[in-house]
Design a protein around this ligand. Structure first.
Ligand SMILES: Cc1cc2nc3c(=O)[nH]c(=O)nc-3n(C[C@H](O)[C@H](O)[C@H](O)COP(=O)(O)O)c2cc1C
Ligand SMILES: [Fe+2]
Ligand SMILES: [Fe+2]
Length: 402
């Protein structure tokens, strides 16, 4: 994709990454990729807002060269220090040694720590403006969206908010960078939710603070550092982020995330009965085999649904490890206040239930129903499992978060 002019003299110069398998070394993106959106403003003085991961660097520098000579860059605005937006910074400084880096105080320290960069840095204050000639930029600190040093940049002539990670999503750009030219918004909304829950969810409070802080800024275009540029419906992605951030403490959608694992099929057999019961009880269910599904795909369901059903056998007097892993990840991401139920098979001592309680207790999950059985489920057990599902569905439908 060549550089794209968004508005007169304002360009997208990003990199579409379809070769990285794992974002942040952990989250799968090998199927649909991700973009590192970078923006160039051409004026009396030229500025780049956010950079790219150090991948396909020739393409990144070619994009700049399509618009201006690289040596003519005056400013690089670092909204966020994470290497997916700063990976090419040292190379860029070699090509344009006189450029000035604009960033927050905390980012200045990180520039030294991450890249040993200590010169040509100008620290901005919250609300400060920078005139490039005809165009003006205004900076707002938005700490912890996603790291402590994060800020956003607002271009005042076209009312563009360069929001970095905020309002971003997974998914490489598929032929267009604009929401109004995109024929599959559902794909980006789904990938934005997965990105939100994987990357941003832990910082839901700071995200809501940032949205509140920017309430009176007359934003017409949202240009994040990952995914689509929202120029037709900027309000859509803001409202979605607001809704998702609200799930951190508020009421989630009525529904069940059923996470199970099974070594020899005993717990799995019961899972099918429980799922049938839940469906008969009238509640939507997302079912995940914890051993075969990356947490990246389970977390969005956990985040957005009001209830969790855990199906897990006992393993070495504890919890079957793949199920333990997803519950620990839920704890790390602070998935709190859920209605919960547990079922599973054990051979002799049991132990899965105690391990589950240890993990979910600090998360304030209300463990309403428990059904453990020994070895293979009998027909009677399976009927009981069905009833267990129906009853839990009723509780979920009447559950109100306190
Ligand atoms: C590797 C392994 C370790 C196990 N450890 C325990 C244990 O410590 N205590 C226990 O009660 N059962 C233990 N079991 C028995 C299982 O919990 C039992 O076989 C159960 O039915 C497995 O259910 P599944 O077919 O859904 O995996 C163990 C089984 C395996 C294969
Ligand atoms: Fe980030
Ligand atoms: Fe990022």
């Amino acid at each position: 994709m060549p550089a794209v002019e968004i508005k007169p003299d304002i360009y997208w110069i990003g990199v579409n990454d379809r070769t990285t398998d794992l974002f942040e070394g952990f989250w799968p993106i090998s199927r649909d990729g991700v973009s590192y959106n970078s923006y160039l403003i051409k004026d009396k003085e030229n500025a780049i807002i956010d950079l790219s991961k150090a991948i396909k660097t020739d393409i990144f520098f070619d994009h700049i060269a399509e618009v201006i000579d690289i040596s003519q860059i005056n400013y690089v605005i670092i909204n966020h220090m994470e290497p997916d937006h700063t990976g090419v910074l040292r190379t860029l400084r070699k090509l344009a040694p006189d450029l000035t880096i604009l960033c927050t105080e905390k980012a200045k320290t990180m520039l030294k720590d991450f890249y040993a960069i200590t010169t040509n840095i100008e620290v901005i204050r919250d609300g400060q403006c920078l005139s490039l000639g005809r165009k003006e930029l205004k900076f707002f600190e938005t700490p912890f969206v996603h790291w402590p040093e994060t800020m956003v940049t607002f271009e005042t002539s076209q009312n563009i908010l360069f929001s970095c990670d905020a309002f971003g999503g997974y998914g490489a750009l598929r032929g267009t960078i604009f929401d109004d030219q995109c024929n599959d918004l559902d794909f980006y909304i789904k990938e934005s939710l997965r990105y939100y829950v994987n990357i941003v969810a832990k910082f839901s409070r700071p995200t809501l603070n940032a949205i509140e802080k920017l309430k009176r800024v007359p934003v017409e275009i949202i240009a994040p550092a990952h995914g689509l540029i929202w120029r037709k419906q900027p309000g859509l992605i803001v409202e979605l982020y607001k809704k998702w951030a609200g799930y951190a403490t508020g009421e989630a959608e009525k529904g069940v995330t059923l996470i199970y694992g099974s070594m020899y099929g005993n717990t799995e057999m019961m899972m099918n009965s429980v799922a049938l019961g839940l469906s008969h009880g009238g509640i939507p269910v997302d079912i995940f085999d914890a051993a075969r599904t990356h947490p990246s795909y389970i977390l969005p369901s956990l985040w957005t649904k009001s209830a969790v059903v855990i199906g897990a056998p006992t393993y070495e007097v504890g919890l079957f490890p793949p199920v333990a892993q997803i519950l620990e990840m839920a704890a790390l991401k602070r998935v709190i206040n859920k209605k919960a139920a547990m079922f599973g098979s054990f051979g002799w001592s049991g132990g899965a239930l105690r391990a589950i309680k240890n993990i979910i207790e600090p998360l304030k999950w209300d463990l309403a129903d428990i059904f453990e059985f020994q070895g293979g489920p009998t027909l009677k057990d399976l009927k009981k499992g069905h009833e267990f599902g129906v009853e839990f569905a009723k509780k979920v439908l009447s559950f109100k978060k306190s």
